[in-house]
Design a protein around this ligand. Structure first.
Ligand SMILES: [Zn+2]
Length: 693
């Protein structure tokens, strides 16, 4: 007995305490929504009631008003900020004539009966456009104290627009997003750098649409019984009513939005992501090593996948499932397990592509077309790219809830970077975009093809509606940030970057970070100040392109002429000198002078390596700080310089042109722009035309 006890004590004393898994399992619940909604397909309308509880997250502020998103009003008339900004067009799609959408708050009361409707007013915090009705506020009868809460009963009616921008109907297809009165985020002082507490509730814009608080949703959806329904969260209950409709109950906690879909034509395809079968023990082991985390910490959990597919896209069912599984696997392994039990992938109806490529918690819309059923288009991985990207938003948007209006790169850019990685992990680096007729194209090629050296008039860190022109939002929120992260990975190395992104995700899961939080974490984890980098490439507007200005290597000739030496004046004739030069060359004692000018165009100054290869010698590298516009490297050696290459490992993905980085001196043949590069533009324009990027 005693012996056993002392062994136990010894075991307790010597055991390495298991560190708690730092991945949060739950969100701090600020909001609770209980919604009942009925779809009237004849009128294209929703009738709903909403019981909403909001808890004041502040420890110091009493809050006397609430602010709501009423985003369907973006489609109410041509005076809305959204229509003004977009010109009634978005992602290649056009608004259908007279197909307006709107949301009316019919009544709004506290549960103790106080009518808030008289205080209801539209506000325009972003642009002061008095005609915009996408944000409203109400004044409470008494302020909510710090930590206190208030519950409201709201009745609303929503009219859906014909799908062209993200939400609406097309024939019998419905994608119902941004459809209910949804609270903005109350940010107490200190949160996201705020000096004083206040609501953060932006109007609906052409670019970006998400920022809301975490909580629990329980939603009853009633629709005609012939419709197939899909929604955020888990279906808990289903009840046939006696009027030809059915009511479905969905529930999900730890989310900040809720969307659903209805269509009688869907083919329902189900699959399970298995944490034990879809990831091999070797894959778990290698991720655990890469991240420096225990196997338990990287272990994933099972997820039920539902694909709601259009009959015309039946041959693509497995592609969507495989893509969803690739997302669940790689994002889960890298950043932390997907915490929800379900994932629904919606395939929008033909003609409703404006509803495609969207993200909502546990619910995404794909982007497809019938042509991807057939060769050679079945070899273009657009279906996979879109599904993996939208899935990726579960991590950068749903789980890490950055403010898309103010810092879109924190979701779209982080997600573009992560999507590229997941596609590479699934298909290999060369073939992520397409693979046919022996032509392959990778994600990195595609991103780099978008990096126009003239793109120097906007910055990544800008509010989404302030890009000029508005169409540059795509480059600065998706592509350039992915190149910024790729370049950062070049500096930190694969392991350093993997650990950084894991830690960033963990710390901010179910929270609202801003760019400064990411920058601070980079500094913390590297022990260096990376301000020089982010100041230039995220806050700054300029570009960078390294190239070789000139490179020469030539024999050092013996001096010729009249020389005053201690023994008297001596003349060396050109003939004698040439003879000596020739002898030296024959004896292999000739010296060569090599001069290389490396140049930087663009104002972004990044330290860069330059590789030099001398005849018969191993490659030598030197680092240049890149501060001056050009640097001359001069060598005098017995060997000729064969070639020079700036950034030989191509770590600086932001470099606008890699074709001018190297120079071969033997027969100075600069690589010409390859026809493969022209392919990139072609395929890219196909993707853009389809609205998939
Ligand atoms: Zn996205």
């Amino acid at each position: 007995m005693r012996r056993a006890a002392s062994l136990l004590l010894l075991a307790l004393l010597t055991a390495v305490p298991a560190l708690a898994d730092p991945l949060p399992t739950k969100a701090d619940q600020v909001v609770q929504y209980q919604i009942r909604v009925a779809l009237d397909p004849g009128k294209r309308q929703l009738t709903g009631t909403e019981r909403l509880t909001w808890r004041n997250p502040s420890t110091a502020d009493s809050v006397s008003e609430l602010q709501f998103h009423l985003y369907l009003n973006a489609f109410k008339n041509t005076k809305s900020t959204f229509v003004k900004e977009s010109g009634g067009q978005l992602r290649g799609d056009e608004m259908a004539k007279d197909s307006w959408g709107w949301i009316d708050v019919v009544s709004i009361k506290t549960t103790s009966g106080a009518d808030l409707k008289p205080t209801f007013a539209f506000i325009q915090p972003d642009d002061g456009n008095k005609d915009d009705q996408t944000v409203a506020r109400v004044v409470l009868p008494e302020p909510v104290p710090p930590g206190g809460s208030v519950t409201l009963d709201i009745a609303f009616t929503s009219k859906l627009p014909q799908v062209f921008a993200r939400t609406g109907y097309k024939d019998d297809f419905y994608l119902v997003g941004q459809w209910f009165p949804k609270l903005g985020v109350y940010e107490p002082a200190g949160m996201r750098g705020r000096e004083t507490g206040g609501w953060n509730c932006h109007q609906f814009h052409a670019n970006s649409e998400f920022y809301a608080d975490y909580g629990a949703y329980a939603v009853d959806i009633t629709a005609p019984s012939n419709y197939i329904i899909g929604a955020t969260g888990e279906r808990k209950h289903e009840h046939a009513n006696n009027n030809g409709t059915t009511t479905y109950t969905y529930e999900q906690a730890d989310i900040h939005d809720f969307a659903w879909t209805a269509d009688p034509d869907y083919i329902v395809v189900k699959a399970t992501f298995s944490a034990t079968q879809d990831v091999t023990p070797a894959e778990y082991a290698s991720i655990s090593k890469l991240l420096g985390r225990s196997l338990d910490e990287v272990k994933l959990s099972d997820v039920e996948i539902t694909v709601l597919l259009q009959p015309a896209h039946r041959p693509q069912a497995q592609r969507h499932i495989d893509a969803a599984k690739a997302g669940l696997k790689w994002f889960g392994l890298w950043y932390g397990r997907y915490p929800y039990k379900t994932l629904t992938v919606v395939d929008p109806a033909p003609g409703a592509s404006g509803a495609g490529g969207m993200e909502y918690p546990t619910f995404i819309t794909a982007g497809s077309a019938w042509m991807f059923n057939y060769w050679p288009f079945d070899r273009i991985r657009a279906v996979e790219e879109v599904t993996v990207h939208e899935f990726g938003h579960q991590f950068w948007y749903a789980l890490v809830g950055s403010n898309e209006f103010e810092e879109a790169w924190l979701d779209e850019g982080f997600n573009t970077w992560s999507t590229g990685k997941a596609m590479v992990a699934t298909f290999g680096p060369e073939k992520t975009i397409m693979e046919f007729l022996g032509i392959t194209m990778g994600d990195q090629d595609m991103l780099r093809a978008s990096n126009d050296p003239g793109a120097r008039y906007n910055r990544i860190l800008a509010r989404s509606w302030e890009y000029t022109p508005a169409s540059t939002y795509g480059f600065y929120s998706y592509m350039k940030p992915a190149l910024v992260l790729n370049t950062l990975e070049g500096y930190l190395g694969e392991q350093g970057m993997a650990r950084l992104m894991r830690t960033y995700h963990e710390r901010w899961r179910f929270r609202h970070p801003r760019s400064e939080d990411f920058f601070a974490l980079v500094n913390e984890m590297t022990g260096q100040d990376y301000g020089w980098y982010f100041d230039q490439v995220v806050r700054g507007t300029d570009t960078v392109d390294y190239d070789i200005g000139s490179a020469t290597t030539r024999a050092v000739r013996r001096p010729r002429g009249v020389f005053d030496e201690p023994g008297g004046r001596k003349t060396v004739s050109s003939e004698d000198a040439a003879k000596q030069d020739l002898e030296a060359e024959r004896a292999k004692k000739q010296a060569y002078e090599s001069v290389v000018v490396v140049r930087r165009s663009g104002g972004v100054r990044l330290p860069v390596e330059v590789a030099f290869k001398f005849e018969g010698k191993p490659v030598e590298r030197q680092t240049w700080d890149g501060r001056d516009p050009a640097k001359t490297f001069r060598f005098e050696r017995p060997e000729k310089l064969e070639w020079v290459d700036v950034d030989p490992d191509r770590k600086i993905a932001l470099d606008a042109n890699w074709l001018n980085n190297g120079r071969r001196l033997a027969n100075d043949s600069r690589p010409a722009a390859s026809w493969a590069a022209r392919w990139l533009f072609l395929v890219q324009s196909i993707f853009t035309t389809l609205g998939l990027l």
